[in-house]
Design a protein around this ligand. Sequence first.
Ligand code: BG6
Length: 490
Amino acid sequence: MSKKTKHSEKFDPFNIIVFGGDGDLALRKIYPALFHRFLDGQFHDNFNIAAITRKEPESLEFYEQLERFIANSINGVEKHALEIRQFMDKVCLIKIKEHSEKGYSGLSEFTAQFPDYRNIYYFSTPSAAFGEIARTLKAANLIDEYSKVVLEKPLGYSLESSNAINASISTAFQENQIYRIDHYLGKETVQNLMVLRFTNNLFEKAWNGENIDNVQITVSENLGVENRGDYYDNAGALLDMVQNHLLQLLCLVAMEPPYILDADQVRNEKLKVLHSLRHFTKKTVLTDTAKGQYTRGSINGQEVSSYLEDIQKYSSKTETFVAIKAFVDNWRWKDVPFYLRTGKRMKKRYSEIVINFKTVKHNIFPSQEKLSNNKLIIRLQPEERIELVQMTKIPGPGGYRYKPISLKLDYVDSFKERFPDAYERLIIDVIRGNQTLFMRQDELEAAWKWTESISNNWKAANMPNALYEAGSWGPGDSVMEGEDSWITKA
Ligand code: BG6
């Protein structure tokens, strides 16, 4: 097994049982993440992986795919051929035809071989199946106090369906056994937000509506809906991205410092932010939100199809772009707009949080050009970077001329270590039993309530999608770029 020993943390032996185990997410994210932790020596031979499939076990094809995805996730495949083999030996494909005790007999036999191992059930299937899987696991006696369950988003398509799913999961698992995954919380720069805010006095003193003019959170993707049309057309950008990823980022920016870094304390603070979010009305949804759908266009010189072509339908009301002016109605953030924007098939792939500070109250350089405000830019991707934009004197004897200059902290330059994928951190946290980076049921419910104040009012106001060309910055471009629009490009 992997020989490196730089990790001293010891884990109890565990089985990870992945429902949807031959699916895209499992192959692309879950197994490579586990492999990297194994390669890094974080765990050795005290684990097993069961990939649950409903199909006939075309095992050979599955193992070939698995090997390919793992190999694609590392540099220097040849160097690691032995570890890949060792890891692959730990993966067992199990067919489950139906959700019944009998149907789960293969799984029962598998777990019975490892009576001292803790079972982690990873539900990577559509959430409609979650309740049934949980119920059957319980009926088949496959859950004990040490078991855990990881739930992939989206949990339902509405508050009601999400509550129903949670209710059936909680007949089998306690809240402290449930890990609702939001992979944005596993990104390094996202976690760094807490360190940045709560270890640097400089920022924390200025982190409020007295000093901050607005906050902008943008997740711009140039991918379309790929082969996920069926799912996406029921979800749209609001449910796919805003209700979870963007709201979680907003929470980390807006929350009060927890008194201790403990899962419930952190989640209590995030919950307060979610409760403070101002709900939309039929009127404000028209003025403070925008939504759109992409048409044909070109990205990086390549022609790309429209959303309707991608999902092979003649019409759809689903939004692939959304922009929201949100308010957190509490003491710290009174009247500070939080602009949330996300879209598919945009001009560029980038995600960032921009904290726009106010300009100084009085300019003592009156003859000079307009002062720009300080900005703290937290770039999540494609590169991970923090920038502080500040006014600086332009060198020269000719009086005071100034311009905004960026102080840059480039993660890749400062930290030579490999950047683990978000799933690596999150899966390890599941194994070690740390729920800090996972959503609690009450957080989810509050997020749904706010999101539904948008989606329900979109319906009530019959708000249409503005069309935007693939490869642009969204509807009318100005929403993303225009200096004078209500959303200013940072
Ligand atoms: C997923 C969404 O949760 O996040 C996808 O379902 C989206 O539609 C993806 O593309 C974006 O993740 P990342 O890490 O590539 O920004």
